[in-house]
Design a protein around this ligand. Structure first.
Ligand code: FES
Ligand code: FES
Length: 151
């Protein structure tokens, strides 16, 4: 039986087994390769997508649980064909190096800033607890997030 979900506003159907990781359905069936399967153990956050508005690691989310859900991936977070304000600030602060962590970072921070429009530095750092970056040391990412929030 098909698993039906709405992905970035479009209704999509998958014939995957219900326990197939959502990250594999998104990447292999729907060709949305922004979310990255890095650790596949729920530790790095590079595969983070929004499921019904909440950030979840897609490597540990069974596709069957996405039935009927609204999924938003990094591909669905840009503003039209351009960068959204957070992405623009990340670029402006030169916060991206290899970029493996960034799809998850952007998904997490977008959700965080939507719910915490005037965060402190410590709150931004706490929000990124589940997103590991091996390149940047976080300072530029935190600065970009604070700048995007206008503070
Ligand atoms: S690949 Fe999912 S948390 Fe690392
Ligand atoms: S930019 Fe390389 S892991 Fe974060």
């Amino acid at each position: 039986m098909a698993i039906e979900m709405t992905v970035n506003g479009d209704v999509r159907r998958s014939m995957a087994e219900p326990m197939t990781p959502l990250i594999d359905v998104l990447r292999d069936e729907f060709h949305l390769t922004g979310a990255k399967p890095v650790c596949r153990e729920g530790f790095c956050g590079a595969c983070t997508v929004q499921v019904d508005g909440a950030p979840l690691v897609a490597c540990l989310t069974p596709a069957g649980l996405a039935e009927g859900c609204e999924i938003r991936t990094i591909e669905g977070l840009s503003a039209g064909n351009g960068l959204n304000p957070l992405q623009a600030k990340l670029a402006e602060h030169d916060a991206v190096q290899c970029g493996m962590c960034f799809p998850g970072m952007v998904v997490t921070l977008t959700h965080f800033l939507a719910h915490t429009p005037h965060p402190s530095r410590d709150e931004v750092r706490a929000a990124l607890t589940g997103n590991a970056c091996r390149c940047t040391g976080y300072e530029r990412i935190v600065a970009a997030a604070l700048d995007a929030a206008g503070g």
